[in-house]
Design a protein around this ligand. Sequence first.
Ligand SMILES: Nc1ncnc2c1ncn2[C@@H]1O[C@H](COP(=O)(O)OP(=O)(O)OP(=O)(O)O)[C@@H](O)[C@H]1O
Length: 681
Amino acid sequence: MPFALPAKWREEGRGKDEREAASIARALRHGGPPRTPIEAGPQITTATARTSPPRPRAVITWGLLWSLLAEHKLRLCVSAAALVGCTTCTLSSPIFSGRFFELLIGARPGPLWKLLTMVGVVYMLEPVFTVLFVVNMNTVWEKVMSTLRAQIFRRVLIQKVEFFDRYKVGELTGLLTSDLGSLKNAVSENISRDRGFRALSEVVGTICILFILSPQLAPVLGVLMLTVSVFVGVYKRSTVPVFKAYGLAQASIADCVTETLSAIRTVRSFGGEKRQMMIFGSQVLAYQNSGIKIGTFKSVNESLTRVAVYVSLLALYCLGGSKVKAGALSVGTMASFIGYTFTLTFAVQGLVNTFGDLRGTLAAVDRINTVLSSVEIDKALAHGLEREMHEKELHDENHKLFLVNGFDEKVQSPSILYMSALKSASSVRSLAWSGDVTLEDVHFSYPLRPDVEILSGLNLTLKWGTVTALVGPSGAGKSTIVQLLARLYEPTKGRITIAGEDVRTFDKREWAQAVSIVNQEPVLFSVSVGENIAYGLPDDNVSKDDVIKAAKAANAHEFIISLPQGYDTLVGERGGLLSGGQRQRVAIARALLKNAPILILDEATSALDAVSERLVQDALNRLMKGRTTLVIAHRLSTVQNAHQIALCSDGRIAELGTHFELLAKKGQYAGLVGTQRLAFE
Ligand SMILES: Nc1ncnc2c1ncn2[C@@H]1O[C@H](COP(=O)(O)OP(=O)(O)OP(=O)(O)O)[C@@H](O)[C@H]1O
């Protein structure tokens, strides 16, 4: 197949990635087996990983936060000015108190009303500045957090499938809810009077004023600050693991609840309630112990802060009192000092609380970074998604949330470069409507079990427009072949082609449009029946007529209109309010609407009773017409009507032919039929 490589491939001094990509492109262009490990198409990722081990890259960094904040410069400037304003108002109060006392005892000349007017103005301005500060800071942070949340959700969605094998749903849910919530609270909970920014500005401002008022007395409060800081430092170090354990314990509780409730019918049927309660109980206890530890750390810290403040006040009374008596300090300044000590007390306590919260926040950010920084992005998927996101000239707020430049690492791995270098002029759908799908010398091990080879040199051609039945003993690798065809995983060696073109020249978004899968247990979303069918074309505005047409072809229309709200009836979590056969027919309608040229039926009818099966089979026959179909089935009737039957055993196709050809062979297939492991109807 002739490929015109872009000029950049011919440039001198290309980067290593580009050279690798060119080498891969060359190998694929010639169609033959790749010559070097890098050229071995499916090993691209592995080969690259071998030459340069992936470097973990944090997802949430200070740089990223700064760049997101920088988009709201005006609001930040207003907030900063308002913060200075309200802090100035707050810190001027003790000075006015001192002057007030001096006026009362006659130590200061001038009319009282002048002072009171100034106090009134300050008291009026302070809340105005406070509102300006809180509203602007809050708006900025909410916007930053929305972008972060959206970007992290996207980052989770574009991970390779093995990422979802590795982490439990609860853990990942925790990242987006409680962990990001903790980051949100780091600002949202710290913009009130006695916390975070204001506390910090009051501490700094107070110390400056104390030094201006009396350089001799100021160090006393300096000691107070130092003491508190030491305690804060100790606190910070000692609570990091406690906060981490707390977050993990919280995530495992959520995990246990999700797992139990999603399998509630299984729990019921095995009488597993007590066991689930015990598991939940032990997690609650771990969470409780962790929470008690955190509470202890927090309260000890707060008490120590108070003790430090009392000691400082006492020192101030002794030292300041004697200076006033000796005439070295005015009564007004002493009164101001007492006021500032209290301001400092609250502000330092607030800061300690903020630091405590920050430890939890840093632990949460660390968890997010640890989970998401491992280099497991499915680049062929990310590439397609990015292309589609930029293709559409949508400028609504929702769309923009996912389009932040610089958040994601540039998806420029060799695999992406060769993908664009080799990009076929034809779309994958048009190729799939006319060409065969071929698995060529496919080897595969699951990433989490790299030592166990599931497929070892499997060859199989799914002829265009025909039905291939895949049979074989349990654990032979049938579902694994389905997952490779769906490109949930890529072969570790060998390749899959469509009309002779390596499927990896297409990004996974394109590929997803070419393949429909109907499983034994189709998953429906907890929306209406109609919306579930329309999910066949998730990015399009599907008309109700098209949904009904698909439902009719899938033998689903009759049961849908008998539901209480027809097509608008909610199907419950995972479609739990529908029967197995109804779910199956909704899934078939969804696949019909999608109209993909390649169809995979993974034991689609094996869980159904005879009536449901007939309805579903009838719908499936309609769905299969004219498509390249792979059927995994245990029923002989389904298998024997196929154009060809492939028997998978020991990671290869051991027998291939029609039902009668394979029976005549008297091999493994004949054995399966003989022992009725392929069941007769
Ligand atoms: N995500 C996974 N990670 C690791 N190993 C897996 C994974 N999924 C399946 N396996 C293993 O791969 C092997 C093949 O499994 P597969 O599901 O493809 O078999 P199958 O032929 O479809 O079996 P059955 O007819 O029982 O469904 C099994 O040994 C299984 O334990």
